[in-house]
Design a protein around this ligand. Structure first.
Ligand code: GTP
Ligand code: NA
Ligand code: MG
Length: 348
């Protein structure tokens, strides 16, 4: 399928929120749900990211087909986790800058906290569209869990008390606080115009309730409103450096998110370094081996010869010792172009 005109790439979805509100758990649940639906295509692990393909999204959100179109035009969704601890605000900024869309995770037992507000400021300043995942609904007083069910199904089975508890959080806390911040928010099932209202999707990263709704709303919104932004360009890659690290046998490598174009082994790349722009050649492109846990020590990598956006890829190349995390990274067609690009980078 690569190489078609007007092909869309995966929207890059960054997960933000206060520490311990459940960002990583939510992504883990999405991954395990996707793996369980793997006859439809599984998921692909990327460096610093995971892609859930459209076939899996369609399968998981089948019970909600009125909300998500049966045939998705996007090839899937690329998810990036971020740490909530305030020391990592730089990384969140980096994540925020390449995000096509964001999930703001809010623990319903805690409400909005410091890094929730910080994330809202970031989304506002970068104009990143987002939805709110109201997480940990399994912990609401009286909530009866219906594992892996759509929220709309589970909600029907709840007692009056549990429904009231959820409404107290959604309307008494989330909608009220956001309106003070200038955002109109609403439970996603009640929204008429998604361009004016931020969707609230109740979920549990523990039981999987609401995951079908979350994927359906994400796919539907990104596909409908971001289409122009997602048209895949056949040209040289553009990306962002998430991390600079030492890798055994490879020296200094950079973990990147490629948001546009194609990168190949041997390509000239340009990125910012501590002592000015770096121009070098890609020695190898590394992707995590299928289904290996990215956070486990000793992740296995496989060498690939080319990578198409959107993707998370580790790049090995000479002269990366002083590379700067947070820098943009560009593939150049020639040394002259690389020199031009390095001037652009200096003004970043
Ligand atoms: P940082 O990366 O440190 O910012 O935290 P995080 O937002 O990634 O939160 P994490 O996924 O680490 O979850 C924090 C704690 O909340 C863990 O103990 C999880 O097991 C728990 N947790 C996350 N989601 C849920 C949920 O939906 N229900 C319940 N009951 N617990 C949850
Ligand atoms: Na945590
Ligand atoms: Mg986490």
């Amino acid at each position: 399928p690569q190489g078609q005109t007007k092909k869309l790439r995966q929207p890059i979805v960054v997960v933000l929120g206060h520490v311990d509100h459940g960002k990583t758990s939510l992504l883990d649940k999405i991954r395990s749900t996707a793996i369980a639906a793997r006859e439809a295509g599984g998921i692909t692990q990327h460096i610093g990211a995971s892609i859930v393909p459209s076939a899996v999204i369609e399968k998981i959100s089948e019970p909600l087909k009125k909300i998500v179109p049966i045939k998705l035009a996007i090839p899937g969704l690329l998810f990036i986790d971020t740490p909530g601890h305030e020391l990592f605000s730089n990384l969140r900024k980096r994540g925020g800058s390449i995000a096509d869309f964001a999930i703001l995770v809010i623990d319903v037992t805690k409400g909005l906290q410091d890094q929730t507000f910080e994330a809202i400021d970031l989304l506002k300043s970068r104009k990143v569209p987002f939805l709110i995942a109201a997480n940990k609904i399994d912990r609401l007083p009286g909530w009866e869990s219906n594992p892996d069910q759509p929220f709309v199904v589970s909600y029907q089975n709840q007692s009056r008390r549990a429904k009231e508890e959820l409404e107290r959080v959604i309307y008494g806390i989330i909608v009220t606080k956001f309106s003070e911040l200038g955002f109109q928010t609403e439970l996603y099932t009640k929204i008429k115009d998604f361009t004016k209202t931020v969707a609230i999707v109740p979920v549990s990263a523990k039981t999987g309730e609401g995951i079908p709704d979350l994927l359906a709303v994400l796919a539907g919104l990104t596909q409908q409103y971001l289409k122009n932004r997602l048209i895949f360009a056949e040209g040289p890659a553009k990306g962002s450096v998430l991390e600079v690290k030492e890798a055994e046998g490879l020296g200094t490598v950079i973990d990147t998110i490629i948001y546009d174009g194609i990168i190949r082994v041997g390509d000239i790349i340009v990125l910012n370094g501590k002592n000015g722009p770096i121009i070098t050649n890609v020695r190898s492109l590394l992707m995590p081996a299928p289904l290996s846990d990215l956070r486990a020590k000793g992740t296995r990598f496989v060498n690939v010869s080319e990578v198409y956006a959107a993707a998370g890829v580790r790049i090995a190349a000479p002269d990366l010792e002083n590379a700067l995390a947070g820098s943009s990274i560009y593939v150049a067609n020639s040394v002259e172009e690389a020199n031009e690009l390095s001037k652009t980078l200096q003004s970043e």
